[in-house]
Ligand binder design. Structure first.
Ligand code: NAD
Length: 400
């Protein structure tokens, strides 16, 4: 087990030293290190020269190409996985078994079966995330002391998401009725020329999984449990195994309905969420991260001005970012709490995306809880569907 000393910085290992580690994780870790919350003690990558250069640049004492040896030698409290999705399962399990908490880049792992295997390697069950509060899903899960695995879903964090979540969950805006969730981005042929992209086994999925996952995750976080989804997927431009665009109709457990679009074919790029409630419309418009000014609240007729002014007071601006999530995560770990993107709070987004694919590839409505062991979509997001699965894995009997 890790040897975390109460009140000491969390000894942290970074695994995968490519672009997201460099652009987002190290700046966030360095900021928290300066505040005494973490200490980056190791870097691991299969590329020896790259990991040594990374460790030297950021002053990290231990550089290695071997994760297991590093876990044994360094005994980190926290392992941050910035590797490609295909290795998220095995690396999460290895870190948990070594007693470390895990913060894994999205997409969590390529399938619900993989996600459940990681969850099975977590420690005891206990507290709840500070973000969720009493009476939350986490409290109902009866969580314990960890270590737990959590996912990087940084768009749920920062002042804007926190304020709007409180307004929606507290019922201040009345019932949510209609929502739109849009990730319309543009990726060119050169982007898909990289061999691991556009393939189920290596990228994990198309834009429903790789790109739209952040807006989808935020929508589910804001609106609560979803009940059913009807999806549609298409491969319109790129020479890929996965889709390059998908759409979905969603019904939430409380009756609200939503539309969803995930595209890499949209020259005018935007990420948008809009929720029409009884008393106001909330709209978020941004691209890769949001701040207070990116949110707009439009009241229904008759709402008093002071009420609208209170709704529009987002407080000090804290942009959504890896740093914003890491702050909450470190606080949860040091308090022995399950983080909000861990367990059921991370699984629901993967389950929703899996259901979108199953619905799209089978032409059926898929309900929450439908996909479990024995379902072809439990182990593979393409479910073996003809025309979508890699040719060698198509199982015709599953799709008669
Ligand atoms: N949260 C976000 O907004 C966001 C943005 C971009 C990427 N990502 C995710 O981050 C992850 C990494 O993406 P990236 O763009 O940094 O990729 P990258 O290719 O730039 O970096 C990945 C690194 O992992 C290393 N690696 C590969 N296999 C390994 C293994 N088995 N053990 C150790 N190291 C290994 C590679 O050598 C490389 O240095 C992906 O899951 C991606 O979806 C998240």
């Amino acid at each position: 087990m890790s040897s975390h000393v109460p009140n000491a910085p969390l000894r942290t290992a970074v695994v995968g030293t490519g672009s997201i580690a460099r652009s987002s994780h190290l700046p966030a870790l360095q900021k928290l290190a300066a505040e005494g919350g973490v200490e980056v003690v190791a870097a691991v990558d299969v590329d020896g020269p790259a990991v040594r250069a990374f460790a030297e640049e950021f002053g990290i004492p231990h550089a290695s190409t071997d994760l297991d040896a590093t876990l044994s030698a360094v005994r980190p409290d926290l392992v941050v996985l910035c590797t490609p999705p295909a290795v998220h399962r095995e690396q999460s399990v290895a870190a948990l078994r070594a007693g470390a908490w895990v913060w894994c880049e999205k997409p969590p792992s390529p399938s619900l079966a993989d996600f459940d295997a990681v969850a099975a390697a977590e420690g005891g069950t206990g507290g709840q995330s500070a973000e969720e509060g009493v009476g939350s899903e986490a409290a109902e899960r009866g969580d314990g002391t960890g270590p737990y695995a959590s996912i990087v879903f940084q768009h749920r964090f920062g002042s804007g998401a926190r304020h709007v979540r409180a307004l929606l969950r507290g019922g201040a805006l009345g019932r949510p009725l209609v929502a739109h969730c849009q990730t319309t981005w543009y990726r060119d042929k050169a982007y898909y020329a990289v061999p691991w992209r556009g393939r189920w086994a290596t990228e994990g999925g198309g834009p429903a999984m790789g790109h739209g996952i952040h807006q989808t995750d935020l929508l589910l976080d804001l609106l609560g449990p979803w009940a059913e989804v009807r999806g549609m997927a298409a491969r319109l431009v790129h020479d890929v195994e996965t889709e390059d665009v998908s759409t979905a109709l969603v019904r939430f457990a409380d009756g609200a309905v939503a539309t969803l679009v995930n595209s890499v074919l949209s020259p005018d790029e935007v990420s948008r969420i809009r929720v029409d409630c009884e008393l106001a419309t909330i709209e978020l418009t941004h691209l890769y991260g949001h701040r207070n000014a990116d949110w707009r609240i439009t009241p229904a007729p008759g709402v008093p001005e002071e009420t609208v002014a209170a709704w529009r007071d987002f407080g000090a601006d804290e942009p959504s970012s890896h740093l914003a999530q890491l702050r909450v995560l470190v606080d949860d770990i040091t308090s022995g709490r399950r983080h909000t993107t861990s367990g059921a709070g991370g699984r629901r987004t993967l389950e929703f995306i899996t259901a979108l694919y199953k619905s799209a590839f089978t032409g059926t409505t898929v309900r929450a809880g439908d996909i479990g062991p024995g379902d072809p979509y439990y182990t593979e997001l393409h479910g073996g569907a003809p025309g979508w699965a890699p040719a060698a894995t198509v199982k015709e009997e599953d799709h008669v």
